[in-house]
Design a protein around this ligand. Structure first.
Ligand SMILES: NC(=O)c1ccc[n+]([C@@H]2O[C@H](COP(=O)([O-])OP(=O)(O)OC[C@H]3O[C@@H](n4cnc5c(N)ncnc54)[C@H](OP(=O)(O)O)[C@@H]3O)[C@@H](O)[C@H]2O)c1
Length: 282
């Protein structure tokens, strides 16, 4: 098991992230997220897996929620091997999420961790890329259920736990087509517009109390399975990797006292673009 220490550059256990670290303008304490509990949806693959591994590498206990148990187990095993944190697996198909499941999840988090300091809404269903006139109605429901309704239910059901944290952070993972729609993106685009709406609502409702920061992040084209599904002919090597975005994901999750360097201040409700952020630091 790798011991975390005070040095910020001890990421030798995670070479894909270590390779990006020399571009970072933020200097994160290696224990920047120690004692925090962060739930990541879609934690078994792509950006969700990288987020979970990154947060655990900086000391957070990560709740790995996702659809495919074997993928979650791979991330869980990695975290167990390389960090001193306590991760938990929650196999859950968000397409079937109901109030009872959310209540049980909230009870379990309360019992095991007491509060929730981070919630990364990352899981998403792409759905078919076809014109509205041909869009299958059942697919539309599945995409909206996974990408919007589940996010609302988790924000609602986990709110009390987030509110218990002195500094909680909620990240809604958006998309370019959730900010400007393009033909054939169907329910996926509509769902991401709804997610942007949820982001604004939740930020406005929590702004006065000040202990929950809420953001929307558009990763932009990133080298993952979903991107391959959307653009099968694209050369993946031309795209940023999930680890390229982890400075931003860490900066959003960390409080100012855990970071030094060229520190960026965020405003709750802010819409962020990970590709723009990356250009800023490269
Ligand atoms: N990659 C890009 O270029 C890009 C661009 C813009 C926005 N995004 C957004 O970034 C986020 C992450 O996507 P990614 O590119 O990292 O995709 P990914 O590698 O395909 O990962 C998506 C994750 O979501 C999980 N998931 C999907 N449906 C689910 C459900 N019903 N219940 C629970 N988990 C479910 C998947 O589980 P399984 O592994 O079991 O399928 C997978 O772990 C998404 O919100 C996506 O819309 C990505």
């Amino acid at each position: 098991m790798t011991q975390t220490n005070e040095l910020t550059n001890n990421l030798s256990h995670y070479p894909e992230l270590a390779a990006k670290q020399h571009h970072w303008q933020h200097d994160f304490r290696s224990d920047a997220l120690k004692g925090k509990t962060i739930l990541v949806t879609g934690a078994g693959d792509g950006i969700g897996s990288a987020s979970a591994k990154t947060y655990a590498s900086f000391g957070a206990n990560v709740i790995l929620l996702g659809r495919t148990r074997s993928k979650l187990e791979t991330v869980f095993d990695w975290i167990e091997t390389h960090t001193n944190t306590a991760s938990v697996i929650v196999p859950c198909d968000l397409e079937n999420l109901d109030s009872e499941t959310v209540e049980n999840l909230a009870d379990s988090i309360a019992e095991n961790f007491g509060q929730l300091d981070g919630l990364v809404h990352n899981a998403s269903r792409l759905g078919p890329k076809v014109p509205i006139a041909h869009y299958p109605a059942d697919e539309w429901q599945k995409v909206m259920q996974t990408n919007v309704n589940a996010v609302f239910m988790l924000n609602k059901g986990l709110f009390e736990l987030l509110d218990k944290s002195a500094n909680a952070c909620v990240i809604h993972t958006s998309s370019s087509v959730g900010r400007e729609a393009r033909a054939y993106w169907g329910a996926y685009a509509a769902s991401k517009f709804a997610l942007e709406g949820l982001n604004q609502l939740f930020a406005d409702e929590t702004e006065t109390a000040g202990n929950i920061q809420v953001y929307s992040v558009n990763p932009g084209g990133t080298r993952t399975a979903m991107r391959k599904e959307a653009y099968p002919l694209e050369d993946p090597s031309t795209l940023p990797t999930p680890e390229d975005h982890m400075e931003l994901y860490l900066a959003l999750m960390c409080t100012a006292d855990q970071v030094s360097g060229d520190v960026v201040t965020f405003t709750t409700g802010q819409q962020l673009d990970a590709r723009t952020w990356l250009q800023r630091t490269s």
